[in-house]
Design a protein around this ligand. Structure first.
Ligand SMILES: [Zn+2]
Ligand SMILES: [Zn+2]
Length: 347
């Protein structure tokens, strides 16, 4: 196996590993290979290391690890935003500084398209970071409470112990931001903010603008590398690899863009799937929990005033019947792909 194929294998393994770490905790993957590998790295391995630490370092390593992981995972901070900003800014400066063999041939329109392409991720990140996700306050609680009805399946009226009001349907209390957010999707470390009813459109714009920058970079540098690569070489892939290593700075930006675009594209596909399915990231976990209870034959269904309601077996009224599959359960928040998509832009 030559170096290029080893490199491709390395990139493929890293991509799969990052995907498993990012998505493996989703309830939908719980009983799959992806969920098991995720738990291996995030639960089993830390436990083993903790045992080794107890034995050899008398628990000192665990104390530092707990402090660090508590800060990284359970406090609001901008570390990931800084990482994102550093990565794209360094790549952009490298491109402008080392890519003169490419940029020397640029016309005004090329520079204009590059300027727009570079500006968009910064603008969309700023907007997503500082936009209101739809925080429920005493001023807007009334309006938030009637925005969505309770479905009596995954949302029931109950009080938020911290905010001290009845949580509107589809809202959730974010531990990191310490507030309830309307149509809560998730707390996003990439924008250091919650994603909810009022700012999910900016989150989509952030993903779109990052993806277009990466694709722009792949297209511009890829065309250049294809132009300078030695086509006399026997193998097509080896000629590409030679061009990448000859133009190391541009080549590394090309590979980073290629690798990152796969991750950003996966995020976008997942968000589009949620729009199609008619639920948020947070709700997808509730539906997965409900599905597990249905599989255990613990969920009963009955109708009141034409509204389908679900209860646990122990609370079921006499006219309730056993729910056999999730397909029998109506998702009242799903109004079809186009309407769901429209509600993101016009909440
Ligand atoms: Zn709350
Ligand atoms: Zn939050």
């Amino acid at each position: 196996m030559n170096f290029f194929y080893k490199y491709l294998l390395f990139v493929a393994i890293i991509s799969v590993f990052v995907f498993i770490l990012l998505f493996g905790q989703l309830r939908g993957f719980r009983h799959t290979f992806i969920g098991k590998v995720n738990r291996l790295f995030l639960v089993w391995l830390p436990r083993q290391l903790s045992q080794v630490d107890q034995k050899w370092l008398h628990g000192r390593g665990s104390i530092y690890y707990r402090k660090l992981s508590n800060y990284i995972f359970f406090q609001k901070h901008s570390l990931v935003v800084l990482f994102y900003l550093c990565l794209i800014t360094i790549c952009i400066f490298n491109f402008l500084y080392h890519g003169r063999t490419l940029t020397n041939h640029f016309h005004t329109l090329d520079w204009l398209s590059i300027f727009i392409s570079i500006s968009l991720p910064y603008i969309s990140l700023y907007t997503a970071m500082y936009s209101d996700p739809g925080v429920v306050t005493s001023d807007n609680w009334q309006e938030a409470s009637v925005a969505y009805p309770y479905d009596f399946k995954i949302f029931f009226p109950h009080i938020c112990e911290t905010c001290k009001f009845v949580k509107p349907a589809r809202s959730k209390h974010c531990r990191l931001c310490n507030c309830c957010v309307q149509k809560f999707d998730h707390h996003c470390i990439w924008i250091n903010n919650c994603v909810g009813r009022n700012n999910i459109r900016y989150f989509f714009l952030f993903l779109f603008s990052t993806l277009q920058l990466l694709l722009h970079s792949i297209l511009r540098i890829g065309t250049h590398l294809n132009h300078v690569r030695d086509s006399r070489l026997n193998s097509y892939l080896v000629s590409w690899w030679t061009a990448i290593t000859n133009e190391r700075e541009l080549g590394s930006i090309f590979l980073i863009s290629l690798f990152s675009s796969v991750i950003v594209f996966s995020f976008l596909c997942y968000e589009f799937y949620l729009v199609y399915a008619g639920y948020t990231t947070s709700e997808s976990e509730k539906w997965a929990d409900l599905n597990e209870l249905i599989q255990q034959s613990r969920i009963f269904m009955h109708y009141r005033n034409g509204i389908q309601k679900l209860t646990l077996q122990e609370d079921a009224p006499p006219d309730a019947t056993l729910t056999h599959s999730l397909a029998q359960v109506e998702n009242i928040y799903d109004r079809g792909f186009l309407n769901n998509f429209k509600s993101i832009w016009f909440p």
